[in-house]
Design a protein around this ligand. Structure first.
Ligand code: CA
Length: 225
């Protein structure tokens, strides 16, 4: 299991590298945002938000296109709005310094379980099957309990994004950026409308939960957590 540690404080990085190696991880250390983005893919990336050559949030934003990588924001900024910014940028979880090793290992385990579940859903070209729901990207068909569900192009794109990341939270910013692109400033209300339409069309077997101040997560009876 490979971990990339993005931390500019050498003392902190050395300490973390030691405990993570002892826990059995293959640790790759970098100290700048640029190195983090050049690093080979990892199972987990721990990103310090305060980096000398740029904000760790920027690293998190760029890593969010790799759903197979779990991202944990590591920060000394304990204020709630900073944690929310980390999650909105696409982090799967965050941990506030100072933290204990058992907490760090527990959080890594938790995000790995979620990314493993996402990976077990298969190759992106294969249908995504989540509980009673089946989504075929090739034919753009969606069924719930084998019954077809008719979706608009945007509704399909939104559902596919939430399903790919399920059961992780997908932030509003990520959704607006990926589904509505450059015009997202005017689309925040549109997103709410599309979520409401999806909930109505998919029925009670598929739950799109609102995580206030962050975004949405998709759950089904077989993907509950
Ligand atoms: Ca730092």
């Amino acid at each position: 299991m490979r971990i990339t540690l993005v931390e500019d404080d050498d003392r902190v990085a050395r300490g973390l590298a030691t405990v993570l190696s002892q826990a059995g991880f293959d640790v790759h250390r970098v100290s700048t945002a640029a190195e983090a983005l050049r690093a080979a893919p990892s199972d987990v990336v721990l990103v310090d938000l305060g980096l000398p050559d740029g904000d760790g949030l920027e690293v998190i934003r760029k890593l969010r296109d790799r759903p197979e990588t779990a991202v944990i924001a590591v920060t000394a900024r304990s204020e709630e709005h900073e944690r929310v910014r980390g999650l909105r940028a696409g982090a799967d979880d965050y941990i506030v310094k100072p933290f204990g090793v058992p907490e760090l290992l527990a959080r890594i385990d938790a995000v790995l379980r979620r990314t493993r579940a996402a990976r077990a859903l298969g190759h992106p070209e294969e249908p995504l099957v989540l509980g009673p729901m089946r989504i075929s990207l090739g034919t753009r068909e969606v069924t719930v309990d084998s019954l077809p569900v008719t979706l608009t192009r945007k509704e399909f794109a939104l559902l596919h994004l939430l399903a790919r990341r399920a059961p992780n939270v997908v932030s509003r910013d990520v959704i607006l950026d990926q589904i509505w692109g450059a015009t997202w400033e005017s689309s925040s209300r549109t997103l709410d409308t599309h979520i409401a339409a999806l909930r109505h069309k998919l029925g009670p077997a598929v739950v799109i939960r609102t995580i206030h101040g962050v975004g949405y997560r998709l759950l089904t009876d077989q993907l509950d957590c």
